[in-house]
Design a protein around this ligand. Structure first.
Ligand SMILES: Cc1cc2nc3c(=O)[nH]c(=O)nc-3n(C[C@H](O)[C@H](O)[C@H](O)COP(=O)(O)OP(=O)(O)OC[C@H]3O[C@@H](n4cnc5c(N)ncnc54)[C@H](O)[C@@H]3O)c2cc1C
Length: 557
């Protein structure tokens, strides 16, 4: 007999990101307007709300203002307001200020926030309205009705299982959380969406979802620093350390108390398997232009996360029987603007309206919940997402084609030369190395110097993310065929997982005596960025949720 505990709610939101928290709040506001009593829950795999939230993050306040017109006076944690924007092209030693900042990157009047703090504040607002917020619970499995026709909730992961899958004395079985409607808001590359797709074919009529990965730090600067008298406090860069064929860019935003948010984002459609995300991030920081801005600083937090850039044509089915998809999981981002917080929030809010209609009609079928899709098509959110519909395709091309496509898209509101440009999954874009390439890439580059304060190596970065996983639990990173890693991947691509993973989770060890190589995993370093599942050229890696409460412990990112 199954002894699992079962809890019932009207609505369950899986993932406490901006999308779902805004959705839960909007739902409670609608219920209050209608004098309706509903039971709503939000679960979050992070140990605390906000501990897995990582973003740049410049916030376009459009959705937040709709949710809370008085958000400033209500204590919403804003770091600074953007005073001015600067865009720079970096070459190896110099920088050139781009004379005009493209409209998508003009952020004057927007806010710099810490996403971690913002979601904590949103969760407090949700709780005040009566939402049950449960951090430390990972949705591990989707529950379907007996006919497999309808989502009826999720099962959270078991806790206290040893590395061989056996229950330890402190074993706690996962809970079945059953709901009339479940909202999936797991962020980019949601792990439950795989299962949803198998049963409900949510991705069948969408273009492949494509991604970028950003490594980000919060740096404490001294009291008098670059931003003290600067009219510009929102900086974006293009170019170095990757060339313009790759899609990449840096950002530096001023936060309060002399802190800054600094990051480097790389489009995962890159073709060179030797691309090293952490090395690129460090080289960006060590560029003279950036070094001048961050001098005398100290890294106080580091982390990494993938973000979607697929846009409108990559939007999956937004509703199925008993469930909706919101936020970055549903491709709700404005890719050219590097923004997904306000779009995630608005998608959650529109989904809430559809959920309210479904609850009122007592009909949670796909047909009724698809009101959400109609609301989306008629809202400002559609325009925000639509503008980037061909962006990922264009930036994955080489120059000059990339610049021609981007220019055409810029003047035509995203349509460009070919509307609906085809795209590929990021796992399919790596070019195998030829032996001549191998010798070229083996040439030592100017080596990086880490000082453990302002320039920290990968493992110190992992330490600064405060990520933690029990060593004796089943590995949450499933490598389906570890032989393939050395028989194929090492030879063709020189094990790109060792370079695209920002957490040093993947290593190739070679036995000194036999010369045999094998994959070594350090899953306890995992930052939950999900780059491995996205970029592995053999789709040999599946990222699953570890025990609830594990992973990074961000507080400032
Ligand atoms: C480096 C970087 C810079 C960015 N800069 C900006 C910017 O400046 N401005 C901007 O607007 N946007 C920016 N974005 C994008 C923005 O952060 C995302 O689009 C936005 O956070 C998406 O919100 P979401 O709610 O969909 O998902 P997320 O914010 O990813 O939240 C999802 C939540 O769900 C939880 N979760 C996932 N799976 C489960 C599960 N199975 N069970 C329980 N919980 C689960 C996660 O732990 C997480 O807390 C940036 C992103 C990155 C990575």
């Amino acid at each position: 007999m199954d002894t699992r505990e079962r809890i019932d709610f009207d609505v369950l939101f899986v993932g406490a990101g901006p999308a779902n928290l805004a959705g839960a709040i909007r739902l409670m506001q609608l219920a209050a307007e209608r004098n309706l009593q509903i039971e709503v829950a939000v679960i979050e795999k992070g140990g605390d709300i906000g501990s897995h939230a990582l973003s740049g993050a410049i916030l376009n306040p459009m959705a937040l203002r709709e949710l809370f017109p008085d958000y400033r006076t209500a204590g919403c944690p804003v770091e600074t307001d953007v005073r001015g924007d600067g865009l720079y092209l970096l070459t190896e030693r110099r920088q050139y200020k781009v004379p005009f900042v493209p409209k998508y990157l003009r952020n004057e009047g927007y806010h710099v926030v810490s996403l971690s703090k913002l979601v904590r504040w949103l969760a407090d607002q949700a709780e005040t309205l009566g939402v049950n917020v449960f951090p430390g619970f990972a949705g591990q499995e989707i529950l379907f009705d007996d006919n497999n026709h309808k989502v009826i909730g999720i099962r959270t992961g078991d806790k206290g299982v040893d590395a061989h899958g056996k229950a330890k004395p402190n074993f706690e079985p996962g809970i079945d959380i059953v709901a009339k409607v479940t909202a999936f808001g797991e962020g980019a590359k949601g792990s439950l969406l795989r299962e949803l797709d198998q049963k409900c074919q949510i991705f069948d009529s969408a273009m492949p979802q494509t991604f970028e990965t950003g490594i980000k730090e919060v740096i404490q600067l001294p009291e008098h620093n670059f931003f003290t008298d600067s009219p510009i406090n929102d900086i974006h860069t293009l170019g170095y350390p990757l060339d313009l064929n790759a899609h990449s860019g840096g950002f530096i935003y001023e936060m309060k108390d002399n802190k800054i948010s600094l990051g480097f984002v790389v489009g995962l459609a890159y073709t060179n398997p030797m691309t090293d995300l952490y090395e690129a991030f460090t080289r960006f920081k060590q560029h003279p232009f950036v070094r001048d801005i961050i001098e005398r600083g100290k890294v106080v937090e580091q982390g990494a996360r993938a973000l979607g850039n697929g846009g409108y044509y990559a939007i999956p089915k937004l509703a199925v029987n008993g469930a909706v998809l919101v936020g970055s999981s549903a491709s709700m981002t404005n890719a050219p603007a590097l923004k997904g917080i306000h779009t995630a929030m608005k998608s959650g809010m529109l989904a809430a309206e559809a959920i309210m209609e479904a609850l009122t009609k007592e009909d949670v079928t796909e047909k009724t919940l698809s009101v959400y899709h109609r609301l989306f098509e008629n809202s400002w959110l559609k325009n925000d997402v639509y503008v980037g519909r061909n962006f990922a395709q264009a930036v994955s091309k080489r120059v000059p084609a990339k610049l021609v496509h981007l220019g055409a898209q810029y003047v035509t509101g995203g349509r460009g030369i070919i509307d609906g440009m085809p795209t590929h999954e990021d796992s399919q874009t790596l070019q195998p190395l030829k032996s001549s390439d191998q010798s070229a890439t083996e040439k030592p580059r100017e080596s990086l110097v880490y000082d453990t304060v302002l320039f920290v190596d990968k493992l110190t970065g992992v330490y600064l993310s405060k990520t933690q996983h029990r060593e004796d639990e089943p590995c949450h990173l499933i490598v389906h065929d570890t032989r393939l890693c050395v028989t194929e991947c090492l030879k063709r691509y020189r094990s790109p997982c060792t370079r695209f993973c920002p957490g040093n989770v993947y290593e190739i060890e070679t036995d000194e005596v036999t010369g045999e190589s094998k994959l070594k995993l350090n899953p306890s370093n995992c930052l939950h960025c999900k780059t491995c599942e996205i970029k592995d050229p053999y789709k040999n890696i599946t990222w699953t949720c570890p025990e609830g409460g594990e992973g990074p412990k961000y507080t400032l990112t």
